[in-house]
Design a protein around this ligand. Sequence first.
Ligand SMILES: [Zn+2]
Ligand SMILES: [Zn+2]
Length: 461
Amino acid sequence: MTPMESCKRVNLCALGGGGEVGANCFELSFGGHQILLDCGTHPKKEGECSLPAFDLLNRAPEAYIITHGHVDHCGAVPYLARMYPGVHGYATPPTARIMDRMLHNSVSVMEMIAKERGIAEYPLFEHCDVGYALRFLESFNYREPFYLNMADPVEVQFIEAGHVLGAASVLIRLPDHTIFYTGDICKRKQALIGGYKPLDKDTQVDTLIIESTQGAANDETYRTYREEIAHLGEAVGQVLLGGGSALIPSFALGRTQEMVNILADLQEQGIIPTVPIYTAGMGRAIYELYKLFSDHLMPHATLRPLDQFERLGDVWNPAVVEKLLRRPCIIVATSGMMIENTPSALIAQQMVQQTQHGIFFVGYLDGDTLGHKLLHSPAGTPLQFQLNRPFVAKTLENIRQFRFSAHATRSELAAVVERINPKNVVYIHGDPEALGWMEQNTGNGRQTFVPTIGQTITLEA
Ligand SMILES: [Zn+2]
Ligand SMILES: [Zn+2]
């Protein structure tokens, strides 16, 4: 085996997640090799449009590396495995387990959509494809150096990224070129997951590929996590005491587990009434993995037993939701951005026709999602919660957003760039305004890149 030639010059092509928060997937080419960083699906798109631009690949990648289990980072792995059988993937052990749950769930969701709305492309892959793909997924712990299964060995390390259970940034050491890809990162300590950990001081990084989700959000006005919990507690308490119920739309991975523990804590402290807290299937399945990998949680974090939380019934049946809302309760349900036809949208559809309830968003809301429209439209606005069903006029006014983001603030992102001090910075995973702020304010004197989808950029060490 001859040592790999110098990789002073490498190419990066965004197949998704360039100029947007979408189907994150970046092709890294060096010394005649190609690997993929993340392989996700677009959370707001359907059918083949939700995939990364795989048509831009002119041959099979030799490996793919997954940063964490959110579908915008791993949702297209089984599709890739169908296109290119036998490609090896890499993730941390919790992420590998989370992917198993998330990807099988994706198949079930796609099968349901295919039946309901006749999308011919669905499912994009089947349960057997998930099983096949995961046979080639290897897992490595944080900080444990490993080599990708390629003709020329490439050393990689996962670094703690905060964000959600198992989330990692990726350090890739090529000959003469070191690359650090943040994935999604969070600095602050949440209720269960701690913040990201810095790279060792002596690590010289040539190219930093950094997420930019919060680039457009001015963080000087942010309240602390603790203050935000107090505000949420006040809002939830008021609704429950007034005889209403509180809906907290949440991602199944991360936000759900954090939220139910925060709410249970508020109940134990007597800050909000002790009413049932409901969670649904996927949130519960992932909760079990938080338990299984409890050594990855913050020391002293309290992960309550899952059976403390009630199981949400079949919300597709309107009678089930109607019965649920008769007595005050708290519901933590997907999707976090309230995409149409998801449990949070189905529950909200009934809630918005009454005035006593509260809908409290606790995460990122993309500009053209139902959640964003619901939050920002005046009372009386007709909104569609289920596709192919009539619009419903919104009567409920108590709809608010709280900042529990699991993404680093823009000052924290700026500090990451300063500390790592790379030659090249590639900004990804943000809307155009966020990416623009990041490039303007954190680029100083460096080579900066904001690749769009399909654009190949050349990075010199
Ligand atoms: Zn994420
Ligand atoms: Zn993401």
